[in-house]
Design a protein around this ligand. Structure first.
Ligand code: V1S
Ligand code: CA
Ligand code: ZN
Length: 378
């Protein structure tokens, strides 16, 4: 890779919006934007800001959001508030807002903030102003052109990838959230310029219900959608092994000019919604594996519902991206109580979920993916 001389340290740009953690989906709702404030505090307390360039991103403009989303949906998001829901209620079904995607105060502002950060990060990569850009507030992979879905309203990943495609010939999208990256897959289902790869729990029932191994793309995009369906309780060794096998083959075949990595932390053990058994180290190992390819990289967040572990995970992954080791004892910080009783960076996250992915199953999944990729070698 000519962009990054191998003897130089990786240049990392970190995009954090001061206000993005102050939005509330609702008391009982599992999505807590406050986890972003918590993550940022840990990152700063560990001194990681000294190893990267920090940016306060600007909000995405309407025109930028309209690059993917329809104008009637954007008009709706801009107009609806908790106080005027009566007036807009008849549109709730059409735009799929309700329990999963509630209308809360400042909803469009929230979207502009997380999407603005992803778009700015993409532009920074295009300008060769950094080798790696991080936006932990992004990664809302379920949003559709004209519809909210699974806690996501605006699909910042699609918007960022569309930016990257203005300059980079081929973009690889990798998604380690426990849920299927359906919105991103759908947006690029028929193009050969974006390969999407999602690892997720799949049993036909688990949200969002898509991500079968046979969803491979259509027309020009045939074989450019890769799905890695997994069962409950997958552990570190199995996950990292399969991740490396798949990603090595994908990158060897597709030869991406840029990579977008969605780091949903709901694939960790003990997640409030998830049912995998990954440690923070294994999750971070996937980030390291992608980083080691030295291809321009955009890293975004995603799911993650045990807030204290989300902050630990994304802080650790920031340290991986800037090549710095962190002390196992968390630095003193004003949110210290979140991390009791151990106050450690890597607590034991072993849940009670039994590993349902046996060796035979994992080998079969790998084999199917390799067969799919072989069609692209021609
Ligand atoms: N699993 C799960 C789950 N839990 C909730 C939920 C719980 C309490 C609330 F007050 C509100 C919602 N919704 C779901 C899932 C959506 C998961 C979205 C994951 C998002 C991501 O991590 O991938 C990226 C940020 N929704 C469903 O399972 C749908 C229902 C089928 C069940 C829940 N009800 C609320 C809606 C319909
Ligand atoms: Ca996924
Ligand atoms: Zn998720």
């Amino acid at each position: 890779n000519t962009r990054l001389a191998s003897h130089n340290k990786t240049r990392v740009a970190y995009f954090h919006d001061e206000g993005v953690g102050n939005y509330h989906y609702g008391e009982r709702h599992p999505m807590k934007p406050h986890r972003l404030t918590l993550t940022n505090h840990l990152v700063l307390q560990y001194g990681l800001h000294e190893k990267m360039e920090i940016f306060q991103p600007r909000r995405a403009t309407d025109d930028e959001i309209l690059n993917f989303h329809s104008s009637d949906y954007v008009d709706f998001l801009k107009s609806v508030t908790p106080d005027n829901v009566d007036k807009y209620e008849k549109l709730f079904q059409q735009f799929n807002v309700g329990d999963d995607c509630p209308i809360f105060d400042g909803i469009y502002d929230f979207c502009q903030r997380y999407a603005g950060a992803t778009i700015e990060a993409s532009r920074k990569l295009i300008a060769n102003g950094a080798d790696i850009c991080i936006n932990w507030s992004g990664g809302l992979h379920h949003a559709k052109k004209s519809e909210a879905s699974g806690f996501c309203y605006v699909n910042d990943i699609v918007l960022g990838t569309l930016e990257l495609l203005r300059y980079f010939p081929r973009v690889l999208y990798v998604d380690i959230d426990i849920h299927h990256g359906d919105g991103v897959q759908e947006a690029f289902y028929s193009t050969d310029r974006v390969m999407t790869v999602s690892f997720h729990k799949y049993n036909g029932d688990f949200f969002p219900g898509t991500g079968h191994i046979d969803e491979v793309g259509s027309s020009l995009g045939k074989y450019y959608s890769v799905n890695v369906p997994l069962r409950d309780g997958i552990d570190d060794d199995a996950y990292v092994w399969l991740f490396k096998e798949v990603i090595d083959a994908v990158i060897g075949t597709f030869q991406p000019s840029a990579i977008v990595l969605q780091c949903g932390a709901d694939s960790l053990g003990c997640d409030r919604l998830g049912c995998f058994n990954l440690s923070i180290r294994a999750h971070g190992r996937c980030v390291q594996i992608i980083k080691n390819f030295n291809i321009p990289l955009l890293v975004v967040g995603g799911g993650g519902y045990t807030v204290r572990n989300v902050a630990r995970c994304w802080t650790y992954e920031t340290s991986v991206l800037v090549d710095t080791e962190l002390d196992e004892n968390l630095p003193p910080n004003e949110y210290r109580d979140f991390f009791k009783p151990d106050y450690k960076l890597h607590p034991h996250l072993k849940g009670r979920v039994e590993n349902q992915n046996d060796r035979t199953y994992l080998l079969k999944v790998r084999q199917r993916v390799m067969e799919q990729l072989r069609y692209l070698d021609a």
